[in-house]
Design a protein around this ligand. Structure first.
Ligand code: ADP
Ligand code: TRP
Length: 317
């Protein structure tokens, strides 16, 4: 089984990315042939600074390696190191009805957030379909927000195969229902567009955790933990016993948000401090990182080459 996922290097990764996307990829690492790529072409739809994009691409690679990606088990590559995806995106574009893209929420959402209506943003799902189909992926772990893009991919897979013969494999999305939407420091969905994130290796994690917005129920009063951001975040980091303990303390009363925030901070450090140590080590050797990415690209291109030969022949080139 081939498992593939991608992440955009469009900013520093945060807790939402870790628990919503990275972790399910690490959990699947033992289960198949894995591919993880850094979607730097996709990030160009929103990042207009070459230096920042190059840096962010490396940062994302370091984050993944530090948090659990094993380059012997997962082929990690930069999207731009497999330029054949652009070629395939064009072939797919020629079969993509405008209406299919016009219906995409992510495009409409970007417009609503004031982004310029570029062709790149509009065609984003076609490039994503090319990423997935070119690797003959069976399973694509993504967050809920990407569900529609997977539907577009499946649609294009079908259209291509109907037109040119059974060439592409039909991929399935893998969206674990257990993965909740991680709240940000203000209680709404954690997202870099909302400026409410806590980054994986955030130097101001303490300040941000202590600043998580809470209601003003007095300390002594019993509180319902479910739905409370601190408690919801704590669930991600703590053991089931620790979670049950915090829930009981909230319900009993006499347990304040400040104490809960301290417990959250501690649990965060327990998980991420070892990753941070590993990251610092990896960051000392940029050449080794480059070697991992280059080796990953070579493997990804080799996997895509025979399929692309078939595709070119089928379309008449
Ligand atoms: P952002 O919203 O910060 O721009 P992205 O859209 O780049 O994040 O997210 C990349 C992936 O990380 C998403 O597909 C999703 O799976 C996951 N993700 C991001 N934020 C959250 C969140 N708050 N809760 C759960 N998963 C999230
Ligand atoms: N659109 C995805 C996101 O923002 C990133 C992505 C690009 C991707 N190409 C992909 C994810 C292919 C999975 C497979 O999260």
């Amino acid at each position: 089984m081939r498992i593939l996922t991608g992440i955009q290097p469009s900013g520093k990764l945060h807790w939402g990315n870790y628990f919503g996307a990275m972790k399910s990829m690490f959990d699947l690492q033992e289960k198949g042939e894995n591919f993880m790529f850094i979607a730097n072409y996709h990030a160009m739809t929103t990042v207009r600074d070459g230096k920042a994009l190059r840096e962010a691409t490396k940062e994302v690679a370091l984050d993944y390696l530090a948090c659990g990606l094993d380059p012997d088990k997962t082929v990690m590559y930069r999207q731009s190191d497999v330029p054949e995806v652009q070629e395939l995106a064009w072939y797919l574009s020629c079969l993509t009805p405008m209406g299919l893209l016009e219906r995409c929420h992510s495009y409409k959402d970007k417009m609503a957030h004031g982004f310029e209506a570029t062709h790149g943003l509009f065609a984003y799902p076609v490039l994503m379909a090319a990423d997935i189909l070119i690797m003959q992926s069976d399973l694509v772990p993504v967050g809920k927000d990407q569900k529609q893009h997977l539907e577009v991919t499946r649609d294009l897979c079908q259209k291509f195969n109907n037109a040119y013969g059974e060439i592409f494999k039909m991929p399935d999305a893998y969206i674990p229902e257990t993965v909740a939407t991680i709240p940000g420091t203000d209680g709404q969905k954690m997202s870099k567009s909302y400026h409410n994130t806590i980054e994986l290796f955030d130097v101001s994690a303490k300040k941000k955790i202590m600043g998580i917005v809470t209601d003003s129920t007095p300390m002594e009063e019993p509180k319902e933990p479910e739905g409370n951001s601190i408690y919801e975040m704590y669930k991600l980091f703590a053991t089931p016993e620790e979670v049950a303990e915090m829930a009981a303390a909230f319900r009993a009363g006499g347990y304040g948000y400040g104490t809960a925030k301290k417990a959250l901070l501690q649990a965060y450090h327990r998980l991420f401090d070892p990753f941070k140590e590993k990251r610092d080590e990896l960051a000392k050797d940029p050449d080794a990182l480059e070697d991992i990415l280059k080796a990953g690209a070579a493997r990804a291109r080799a996997a895509a080459a025979p399929l692309m030969e078939k595709v070119r022949k089928a379309v008449g080139l």
